[in-house]
Design a protein around this ligand. Structure first.
Ligand SMILES: [Zn+2]
Length: 298
């Protein structure tokens, strides 16, 4: 790329970044991390709603009414302490054997039946649901879409800047950019989002009166479940299980304080440390085999 053209490209990208940042920078709740979200929240919520309706229309709900009710009750309990009464929170249990759960912008959450055996009890389910609620609160969906926009805009700029170069050199640079943006920006951010959702989720479950220690036990069970099919953290959208457990342990003293406060608020004996209903006793469909990606969205 010619030096002049490169300078113009750098200038254009920095001006774009600065103007986006002035309009799109926000701070993640609880952790205070600076985020770039270019999509207006209403638009993000509308997209989440649309995608959720589409998924619900095409995926069967669990036939077990009692389990559906448990998912809804635990979800609502966490949403009640999430500080976003303006979100139209929804929690559905879908008849999918994969051990997974997902969240769409605006508080649209789905849990797959296959994750329930790993949850083992109500507090384990609360750990999964509060992690998903945290993704919604921190607007990770909108942030990911914004990163995708920036990466594509820079790629377009690069293509323009390189248009006089020979095809082989251009292809090499674009390929290098693709790898750099994936491993240098998109994947690390995705892992950052997971750790942030863990951190926010831990506080939420404690505030809602669920034993935060169950989150550590849950990720340990996931580690056992996934043993043998883990991919190295660097190549993954998710932090390694040990990384996750260490980060949670560091936050535990604060979560314990919140849990104790919830106990005082709710009265002794009201804490929900283990399932009082049959979350663990119901026969669940066996998780799908190694062909699936366990916990991809969790
Ligand atoms: Zn997640």
């Amino acid at each position: 790329m010619g030096c002049g053209r490169l300078r113009i490209l750098v200038l254009v990208v920095s001006v774009m970044w600065a103007s986006w940042c002035s309009s799109g920078c926000r701070t993640a709740p609880e952790t205070g991390r600076k985020q770039l979200v270019l999509i207006p929240e209403e638009q993000e919520i509308a997209m989440g709603e649309l995608a959720y309706r589409d998924i619900l229309a095409n995926t069967p709900e669990s036939k077990d009414e009692q389990l559906r009710r448990i998912v809804q009750r635990v979800g609502e309990r966490i949403a009640a302490v999430a500080g976003r009464p303006d979100y139209r929170w929804e929690f559905h249990l879908l008849s999918v054997p994969e051990p997974n759960a997902f969240c769409l912008p605006g508080g649209k959450i789905a849990v797959f039946e296959g994750i329930l055996p790993v949850c083992e009890n109500e507090a384990g389910l609360a750990a999964v649901l509060s992690h998903e609620v945290a993704h919604a609160l921190a607007r990770h969906g909108g942030e990911r879409m914004s990163q995708g926009l920036v990466v594509s805009a820079v790629e377009l700029g690069l293509k323009w800047g390189l248009k006089d170069r020979d095809a082989v050199a251009r292809e090499r640079i674009l390929q290098a950019y693709g790898i750099a943006s994936k491993y240098g920006v998109l994947l690390p951010y995705s892992r950052k989002h997971e750790l942030e959702a863990d951190a926010i989720g831990l506080r939420l479950m404690a505030r809602a009166g669920y034993d935060p220690h169950e989150a550590v036990r849950l990720w340990q069970r996931f580690a056992d479940f996934n043993r043998g099919q883990r991919i190295p953290e660097f190549f993954s959208t998710h932090p390694s299980d040990t990384h996750r457990a260490r980060a949670l342990a560091e936050l535990m003293p604060e979560a314990e304080r919140l849990y104790a406060a919830a106990e005082r608020r709710m009265g002794t004996g009201q804490r929900l440390s283990v399932g009082t209903e049959r979350a663990q006793s119901v026969e669940q469909p066996q998780p799908a085999g190694s062909g699936t990606q366990p916990g991809r969205n969790r």
